[in-house]
Design a protein around this ligand. Structure first.
Ligand SMILES: Nc1ncnc2c1ncn2[C@@H]1O[C@H](COP(=O)(O)OP(=O)(O)OP(=O)(O)O)[C@@H](O)[C@H]1O
Ligand SMILES: [Mg+2]
Length: 262
């Protein structure tokens, strides 16, 4: 996979705002990598149907994500961490919804760029929840049929960039363990200091996917849905996380009086 490396994070922010105008002209290498980023509009009804609320900066429903964002970023900054993996013990905990809302909250309320990568190669949903077209995606990037700048999408929110996965990728455990994926993660992490990269992962206990790829991330957030997991499953998950930097656990899908907390 061929990768263009602009050399300053400032360039990302400048070109990112240019990218909001799809007609912006490329003026050089730095501009090239971002102006080529496809700009796609977001549809509020579609987002809300999928519980994506943080697209609206002023939404009161985004409060829980804002609190989560503040706490996650504080720990990441203190430790110099820039890549965050999101997983859960078993399916359906709300990882993907949380990953999208958290990334949007970072993009809205900080000067950092939030890059969200769909690394659930078995059940990719990021693009579907956001309503992205995805003619080129991680599928093509990993198959060497596209370059990074062709697969990144800017869903009109400034500083919010998505690398979607259109369809399941066979042999996901092997793919996630491959040098190509290590190289991709390192490249996404190293390209800009001011970028936070969030990886939406599959569940921990459903396959070996997470265990194999986990050491490649700076830190991990565990999402546990209220009432969904036994104590044994949670303990097993913590055991699997081993020496990974567990940044925290989110209790999701909680009752209103016991609202999701971090
Ligand atoms: N806080 C929440 N309260 C209620 N429902 C939620 C909440 N978060 C997510 N959901 C719903 O739960 C379902 C699963 O959400 P999501 O796809 O984000 O989970 P996931 O952990 O990514 O699942 P998978 O393991 O399949 O990747 C969706 O229908 C979503 O709308
Ligand atoms: Mg998911």
């Amino acid at each position: 996979m061929e990768i263009i490396k602009p050399d300053t994070e400032k360039a990302e922010q400048q070109t990112s705002s240019k990218a909001m105008t799809p007609t912006a002209q490329s003026t050089g290498l730095n501009a090239l990598s971002y102006v080529q980023t496809k700009v796609v509009p977001l549809r509020p009804e579609h987002l809300e149907r999928n519980r994506i609320v943080a697209y609206n900066k002023n939404s009161t429903m985004g409060g829980a994500f804002d609190l989560l964002r503040t706490q996650v970023l504080k720990i990441m900054e203190e430790n110099g961490w820039r890549t965050l993996a999101i997983t859960s013990p078993t399916p359906e905990a709300g990882k993907t919804v949380l990953a999208i809302n958290l990334a949007m909250s970072i993009a809205h309320h900080t000067t950092k760029t939030a890059l969200l990568v769909d690394f659930d190669l078995r059940r990719p949903k990021v693009g579907e929840y956001l309503g992205l077209p995805m003619d080129k995606s991680l599928n093509e990037l990993l198959a060497d049929e596209a370059d990074l700048q062709d697969v990144l999408v800017n869903p009109t929110l400034p500083r919010f960039v998505v690398l979607p996965t259109r369809e399941p990728i066979p042999l996901s455990t092997e793919v996630l363990s491959s040098p190509a994926v290590s190289h991709l993660i390192a490249d996404l992490r190293e390209r800009y200091n001011s970028r936070i990269v969030i990886f939406d992962l599959p569940p921990l206990l459903s396959s070996d996917d997470v265990i194999n790829v986990l050491p490649k991330f700076d830190c991990v957030l565990l999402v546990v849905a209220n009432g969904l997991n036994s104590k044994k499953e949670i303990e097993e998950s913590l055991h699997h996380l081993g020496t990974a930097n567990l940044i925290g656990t989110v209790l999701n899908k909680a009752e209103p009086e016991n609202r999701s907390y971090y």
